[in-house]
Design a protein around this ligand. Structure first.
Ligand SMILES: [Cu+2]
Length: 165
C-alpha cells in the first residue's frame, strides 16, 4: 500500500527508484547469494589446506620416525645431517650406513632446548651440548654391522638408531 502511495505522491522521483523501494526482495536475495558463495569458498579452502597438511609424512615406514640414508662425501665419508628438534626428538629415528667412516652434522633447531648426539658404545661419537641455532660435526669409524643406539643425554626419551648394514 505504501509503495503505491509514495509512487503516486512523489512525482519528482525517477521510476526506477520507486521500484527498488517497493520491492526489497531482489536486493536482499543478492546479498544472501554472495554470502553463501563466500562460505562455499571458505569451506573449499579449508578442505584443500587440510589435505595439504596431511601429506608431509614422507615414507610409509612402520618405525617411529623417518629413516635417513647416509650421503657419501667425496672422501668416502658417509654423511648424515641430523637436527635436534623442539619436540625432544631427533629429525631421523634411524640412520642407515655401511661400515666405514661416518660424519654426523648435528644441529639444533631454533626455538629448541639444547640437545646432544651421543652413541654410548662408540666413544668418538659424542657431541657437546648444542644450543638452539648451533651445530657441531663429529666423525667416527664403525667396523661392525649392527644397531647402535643414539641418545641425547639430556632427554631420556630422545633416541635414534644407527644401523650399520
Ligand atoms: Cu635432547
Amino acid at each position: 500500500m505504501t509503495c503505491t502511495a509514495d509512487g503516486a505522491v512523489a512525482d519528482r522521483q525517477p521510476r526506477h527508484d520507486d521500484r527498488s523501494e517497493c520491492r526489497g526482495a531482489p536486493a536482499s536475495r543478492g546479498g544472501r547469494g554472495r554470502r553463501a558463495g563466500l562460505t562455499l569458498v571458505t569451506v573449499l579452502l579449508a578442505v584443500l589446506l587440510g589435505a595439504a597438511g596431511c601429506g608431509g609424512d614422507g615414507g610409509s615406514s612402520p618405525s617411529a620416525g623417518p629413516t635417513l640414508a647416509a650421503t657419501e662425501g667425496a672422501d668416502g665419508v658417509q654423511v648424515f645431517a641430523v637436527t635436534g628438534l623442539p619436540s625432544m626428538k631427533f629429525s631421523a629415528s634411524q640412520l642407515v650406513a655401511k661400515p666405514g667412516r661416518i660424519r654426523v652434522d648435528f644441529s639444533v633447531a631454533a626455538g629448541s632446548p639444547p640437545h646432544n648426539f651421543v652413541i654410548p658404545t662408540i666413544p668418538d661419537a659424542t657431541t657437546k651440548i648444542v644450543s638452539a641455532g648451533e651445530k657441531q660435526s663429529i666423525t667416527f669409524a664403525v667396523t661392525k654391522p649392527g644397531d647402535y643406539q643414539v641418545v641425547c643425554t639430556l632427554h631420556p626419551n630422545m633416541t635414534a638408531t644407527l644401523k650399520i648394514t
